[in-house]
Design a protein around this ligand. Sequence first.
Ligand code: PEP
Length: 258
Amino acid sequence: MRRPIVAGNWKANLTAGEAAALVRQLKASCETAAAEVVVCPPFTALAAVAPLLKGSRIALGAQDVFWEPAGAFTGEVTPPMLRDAGCQYVIVGHSERRTHFGETDQIVRRKLQAALAHGLTPIVCIGETLAQREAGQTFDILTRQLDGALGDCPPETCRRLILAYEPVWAIGTGKNATPEQAQEAHQAIRRWVADRCGSSAGGGIRIQYGGSVTPANAASLLQQPDVDGALVGGASLKADAFSAIVKAAKTGAAAPHE
Ligand code: PEP
């Protein structure tokens, strides 16, 4: 049984004080959550949020990480720094980083390996653009991204990370993938993991869906057998909306893949 995991990506939003206020609201509403819940504030709010989450059911994540542990890399934030700040998770390869900051699959691979080496659980994002989907290239793109980021990882690596299928055309657009589109992609991703890392890794890996998830569409997406939770952007900035999405992710909603 895969426990659903719902993560909020706050992107470049919220000051430390605003982030703390949001977390205080979420703590109350996520107290009885069946799903695992993660919030990913901006770096500058991690220190304010971490103590508030102690003893709660919400884990802390970051939105990005550098691959070296320390050194002359101005502006970067390293895995040991994230651990020190209380993070358990880190988003890697978000499409906004790929698009705006030129992150390649090779960079994504370095980041995810560094995260794992320092005990962080990476949430690795992959997904196709609208042009790629319309050209019938969705599965080629997903395969290329998986090969690039994970291709030479040992099979046990697959057990230690989370994948997020985030079609680029659905992120922040209000246009989510249909449950059928999401299920089709998730099934293909799970098959890739099973082929490379064995059926147990394929059956066990959790794959989140991300892209305009809202309280209105969460249940139908999360009911799909290969959808194991959600990576939520815009709706994670509102306590009511995020809590409703968390509640839609019930343990057992995602049956193990055959
Ligand atoms: C995201 O940032 O990963 C995301 C899915 O954003 P949104 O929910 O706003 O589409």
